[in-house]
Design a protein around this ligand. Sequence first.
Ligand SMILES: CC(C)(COP(=O)(O)OP(=O)(O)OC[C@H]1O[C@@H](n2cnc3c(N)ncnc32)[C@H](O)[C@@H]1OP(=O)(O)O)[C@@H](O)C(=O)NCCC(=O)NCCS
Length: 244
Amino acid sequence: MRQDDQWKSASTAGDCTGRDVHVWKMSLLKTDAGFSCDSLSADEMKRAERFRFDSDRNKFVRTRTTLRGLLSRYTGVAAKELTFSYNEYGKPYLRTPGKNKALFFNVSHSRDIALFAFSRNCELGIDIEYMRDDVQCLKLGQRFFAEQEYQALAKLSGNALIRGFYRCWTRKEAFVKAVGAGLSFPLDSFAVTFEEDDRPQLIWTDKARFRGTCTLFPVLHDEKYLAALACLGDPAQVDFYHCS
Ligand SMILES: CC(C)(COP(=O)(O)OP(=O)(O)OC[C@H]1O[C@@H](n2cnc3c(N)ncnc32)[C@H](O)[C@@H]1OP(=O)(O)O)[C@@H](O)C(=O)NCCC(=O)NCCS
């Protein structure tokens, strides 16, 4: 398994084939009010209207429009023609996969960055978090994490504690998003590695059906953000692209 963590230009991206995974990053800093909503469906427009703040509405519109654009690129179906279905926990799936059969995808956004992951081969979950300095790492860790994760977290302090907490959180959230249950999935029923030099890994789960099924990848090494990708399979390669 080769992991290329260099963000490449969109123009170099080919199709996502075989066991490859493509991850795209988009800046949400330019919340341009004039961004076109043309490809959005009526229910997406209704959702956009419910945002109280323009900046949140614009970020939602940009993210959904870009998701539709990327899905269109992979399926050959016009962005506006794509339709989604949702599982009982709200995970979106493509109802109209187009010329190629399955296309799995997942989306995450935090503050000024959105991430999109695609695969034709396996279910995916992606999570990005902006790292707040005032997060109550140990309190949240004790409440939500597996006992072994909390014990390892409690050995950290200062910046290492904050980064450790977010590394653990993003890996866990990516996994529950790949499974499709989101935070309805008990976060203390499985454990991941999260120390700086640890290979990202699901190291324990009390649910036999998930043993040996998940591959985790770090996605962003940033001062302010951490992100992780979870695949319910074994990708051959992960490629990273900037949205232009
Ligand atoms: C999925 C979840 C973990 C997202 O958390 P978050 O950190 O706020 O958001 P992220 O930015 O990482 O991800 C949001 C995206 O994930 C996707 N998503 C939504 N539900 C999902 C799920 N259950 N599994 C995987 N992905 C999901 C959507 O594309 C969403 O994008 P959108 O908000 O633009 O529509 C959280 O919303 C959750 O736990 N949802 C489940 C709630 C539930 O159990 N509902 C029961 C029925 S009401």
